[in-house]
Design a protein around this ligand. Structure first.
Ligand code: PEP
Length: 251
């Protein structure tokens, strides 16, 4: 039995005042940690503040990105895996579509980051997903396959037992358009089947989140699909009641 996992991707949002209120509300109200793993992923500068404000051990913290360099060095503006570990990060989002499209991150760079994260014992949340043009062209599976293959080539299939994959159709992120539960399930099953060819154990264990305009009103139906093991939540993770409702829907 896989334990569902819901993570909030705050993107470039937050202030100390907003975070104090959000984290206090989440800390007080989240009570289903035995059924669902939950994490919040603030911008780097707020990670320590979130850790110090959190008052609920069932809520973990992740980062939204990480350097591909394993240690430290002359890499202005970068943050390394050991730095995230020092601040008790459990997870790191890698390959989000905004990193791919706005910051030029390609499959190879993302695969290198996944390897660095695994070596540092951080759990990567590896985002994959197709654009609307790619879906319309009927190449969704080819795109997902290419994105996964780059990571497989670097870390192998067994490693997916320790990788969370987030299927995020680009056309559904922040747009209010959600993939239907059937559309999402089909891609999730494709991802699991691809890993199953390499490692049945990893395929059974791996968490595959859905991301893209998940809201309290659609979360339960999405999460009830057999291969959807929770969600990566953007906008709705900034509102305590909405994020809690989504986390509870995964229980
Ligand atoms: C995301 O950014 O990962 C995301 C899924 O955003 P939203 O929930 O706002 O669509």
């Amino acid at each position: 039995m896989r334990k569902p996992f819901v993570a909030g991707n705050w993107k470039m949002h937050g202030s100390k005042a907003m975070i104090a209120s959000l984290i206090n509300d989440l800390s007080r109200a989240w009570q289903q940690g035995d059924k669902v793993d939950v994490a919040v992923c603030p911008p780097f500068v707020y990670i320590d503040y979130v850790q110090r404000t959190l008052n609920n051990p069932a809520i973990k913290v992740g980062a939204q990105n990480m350097a591909a360099e394993p240690e430290y060095g002359a890499f202005t503006g970068e943050v390394s895996a050991p730095m995230l570990k020092e601040f008790d990060c459990r997870y790191v989002i890698l390959g989000h579509s905004e990193r791919r499209s706005l910051f030029g991150e390609d499959d190879d760079l993302i695969a290198r980051k996944v390897e660095v994260a695994l070596n540092a014992r951080l759990t990567p949340i590896l985002c994959v997903g197709e654009t609307l043009e790619e879906r319309d062209a009927g190449i969704t599976e080819q795109v997902i396959e290419r994105q996964l293959q780059a990571v497989i080539d670097r870390v192998g299939g067994d490693a997916f037992a320790d990788i969370v994959v987030a299927y995020e159709p680009v056309w559904a992120i922040g747009t209010g358009k959600t993939a239907s539960p059937e559309q999402a399930q089909a891609v999730h099953a494709f991802i699991r089947d691809k890993i199953r060819l390499l490692s049945a154990e990893a395929a059974d264990d791996m968490i595959i989140q859905y991301g893209g305009s998940v809201k309290p009103g659609n979360a339960m139906e999405l999460f009830s699909q057999p291969d959807i093991d929770g969600g990566l939540i953007g906008g709705a993770s900034l509102v305590a009641d909405d994020f809690l409702a989504i986390c509870n829907a995964a229980a």
